[in-house]
Design a protein around this ligand. Structure first.
Ligand SMILES: [Zn+2]
Length: 146
């Protein structure tokens, strides 16, 4: 196989999650390496809950695949979580800067951020893919017409 062909092949078994301070001044730990994507996804969710108030960065080999500032644990009254949403819900992301919006199945959010994560805590931490704005993406919940 040519060297070029090798470059295009992303092998299994190279998933890793790094734990950083949110100001990116210091990497604290390598929290998980996984041989397959399912284990990696489960570890990612777990890390969000285990390390509130940090920055998680996911890699597959040399490629950064995801990063997320984990919310600090909410104090006081219970807010709605992704686990409260059903398959009849849709989540719309909306960027207050460039007005880009997107519709997702609620399950996508539960899968990525965990069922116990509050909707509010994720809002404002999402990055707009169009304009790169970080603090102006809001979430709206809709019920699918039945
Ligand atoms: Zn935007």
């Amino acid at each position: 196989m040519s060297a070029r062909g090798e470059d295009l092949h992303i092998s299994e078994g190279n998933y890793r999650i790094e734990l950083w301070k949110q100001d990116r001044s210091e990497m604290i730990a390598n929290v998980n390496t996984a041989a397959n994507h399912a284990i990696h996804t489960a570890a990612w969710q777990e890390a969000i809950h285990e390390f509130p108030g940090f920055l998680l960065i996911a890699y597959n080999g040399r490629f950064k695949t995801d990063e997320f500032e984990t919310p600090t644990r909410p104090a006081g009254r219970r807010e709605a979580t992704f686990g409260d949403l059903s398959r009849f819900h849709l989540v719309q992301t909306w960027c207050g800067i460039c007005k880009r919006s997107n519709m997702f199945e609620a399950g996508n959010f539960a899968e990525r951020f965990g069922k116990d994560t509050t909707i509010k805590s994720v809002e404002g931490r999402l990055k707009c893919k169009q304009c790169g704005s970080r603090e102006h993406v809001s979430l709206r919940i809709f019920k699918k017409p039945r």
